[in-house]
Write a protein that binds this ligand. Sequence first.
Ligand code: AMP
Ligand code: MG
Length: 413
Amino acid sequence: MTTAERAGQAVMDSVETYLADITAAIRPLPPRKLALADALGAVLTDDVTAQWPLPAFDNSAMDGYAVRAADVAGATEQAPVVLPVSGEIAAGDTNRHDLVPLTSLRIMTGAPLPLGADAVVPVELTDGGGSQVAIRAPVEAGASVRLTGGDAQPGDLLLPAGTRLGAVHLGLLAAAGHGTVQARPQPRVTVISTGNELVEPGTQLVPGQIWESNATMLAAAAREAGCYARRHPIVPDKTDAVLAAVEDALDDADLLITSGGVSMGGEHDVVKAALATLGTVTFRKVAMQPGMPQGFGTVGPAGTPIFTLPGNPVSAYVSFVLFVMPALDALQDFSGERVPAAHAVLTQPVRSPAGKRSFLRGIMDISAGQVTPVSGQASHQLASLARANALVIVPEQVTSLDAGVTVDVMSLP
Ligand code: AMP
Ligand code: MG
């Protein structure tokens, strides 16, 4: 028994211990063949290599005239080279074209370079003529030509396994001719808020009620983190209702988040009560502020991870950033960095409870390298959180910091 246990205090887990237990319990989603339209945010399980050269054929980089560079070598402003124009090639023209020496072919951007041509004279360097063209400057062989394979050769690595697909990656896959991709899909997240006091925003309140905000915020945070996310209708403080909501959500979610009902309030802590009979959820105290009461485990036949986040909105959000986001990454077996660690100089003194790591809400000025804690650090103060763009981290053993000290900060998404 430790001194704390003998003294009757619950032992708290460190942030790291708790996070390690979470990520160890998560099995990555199975990879699937995804259409590109469904693959934004998915994480590649295999390297993607080029099957064909990119571009697949020599083509024009400009609107102009396809020529042999040697034929226009003597062109000047004063003495243009005049060549007959023997035809026109537009983008999408799949016919074979041959360039007869000492002639030209009108050519558009993206059109295949005719056989026998080795350069394109941009229309700006000509008189733009239709049956014949006056060329006012020479061009080098290869000018304004995009060569076959100039962007990628067959077998080149286009995207390594582990890439989380963004817009440009999807564009590249499409350009390289891939209609589908093998990847772990975006996790599907359902957020369930519990509380008898909660009513839908936009409706009338009576004293004692509040507008529900956590499910809206956390579902949006999950979407910002690259998930499909939905908000379950508000659940009252009844064990049966919580169980029914969890069972219902299990059908189409890869990860569940509940909010509220996990503090020390006994019978009102219905999430605790409901999940005691279902799955492997354990409720723990984590040595942090905000967000000390945490719960995590798996439920349902597929072992779906579930987070029971505290109801205070700032606690819920900070918990999401610290624990749920890494869990979402683990579901996709994604090891890239989300929030680069940074340092900044405190502009004001701060206090922090002994034995807990504080995540104070702050406004970071990146160019000045400074961070200013916002006024209103209580865990219900969502307006203060909304003014912040960073969390200032104060270590467990530190109870106060003076202005001017350098601190660790995490940028908020
Ligand atoms: P609980 O964790 O259920 O004890 O709730 C702690 C505090 O957070 C209480 O002030 C609740 O009213 C508030 N709270 C709980 N759930 C929500 C929610 N979904 N939206 C906004 N505030 C909430
Ligand atoms: Mg509650």
